[in-house]
Write a protein that binds this ligand. Sequence first.
Ligand SMILES: [Zn+2]
Length: 414
Amino acid sequence: LRTLTPPAPAQNGAHVLRAPFQLEPPQAKTLAMLRQHGDLSRTEIADATGYSRATITTVINHLIDIGIVEEIGDGISNGGRRPRVLSFRADFGYLVGIDMGATSLDLVLADFKGTILTHDAIEIDVRQGAVAILTVIRDCVLARLREANIAAERVYAFGIGVPGPVDFNAGMLIAPPIMPGWDGYPIRTFIRETFPNAVAIIDNDVNVMALGELRAGAGRTHKNFLFVKVGTGIGAGIICNGVIHRGADGSAGDIGHICADKNGPTCHCGNIGCLEAIAAGPPIAARALEAVRENRSSILAKYAQVTGGKLTAIDVGRAAAEGDPIANEIIHDSGRIIGEVLASLVNFFNPSLILIGGGVSGIGHQFLAAIRRGILHRSLPLATRHLRIDISPMGANAGTAGALALAMEHVFVV
Ligand SMILES: [Zn+2]
């Protein structure tokens, strides 16, 4: 068996290693079993993994040496000597998960089992650029570690979801429309300056949300599904055969720029009639403001008055809930157009689940109803026979759960 990465100089007597950790398949299977099923004996691990007792004994000895597994006492005997019970050490190291939006970020610190220790919600302006925002992140993590008396060297992975296109292998944003100053910035290098043993995995926010649903949410029982985020823009995370499908260059799922109306408005990307230029949060708000200007909705006018002439998609949802017919029509149109585009994706990809998330997904049940009708109306019967279409039940937590899963799944390399 190859060993894990050679230990870096020890700190306070504890093993300090550098991620990612290279594992042989028996080591990986053993760790996965202990992480998923809790405390087990060597015999139980050997039986469940199919490896010999001798192999498992070697693996366990090594994992105990490294400090990631410990013996925690005696199990139940089947007649002979009572077996020693082994446990995965949650305090072996720490993980950071970050869900970054345009104006806020959620940051969680978790132990190695993925138990969240701290959660910070921080207001940011992503346009301030990579160094400013990464400094905020670094300082927040350092403060939380200090409070818990944990050295920065014990953080082994960062999972970071960002609102822009990501070259996943390079760990960089590529020409992000709402994140100028992040284009090609080496995020991993910045993280390693303060957290020398940590890997940093950067992915598009929608992919990260899809991963969160896959590991901890409604996606757990599905192998092929779409997570569709409707907010300032529209994008989809694609789970194909149980893994994120990123495509050849990392841009798979960028459905916001599919043409939904050849006679539609010009999108910020320069093309005509893109889905997000017609049906995302800003066009919903713009249509509502137009109705206010034309005196067609007293309820929307009331909301605009409160906010000094501004409206959001959420305001339109509230007006619809109060029975405003114009607000209802706007929400219905947006849902229908999104549904029609999703119908093409259903015919192409045949998912068993579509989850709708993002800030606009909370504007009311008629939005979901219109999306459903749009999909069912245009899809082939075979493709929709087992199709569920729901609002993401994890909501905002999908991003941080996915970011932690991203960190956890890349800290080990098999
Ligand atoms: Zn576009």
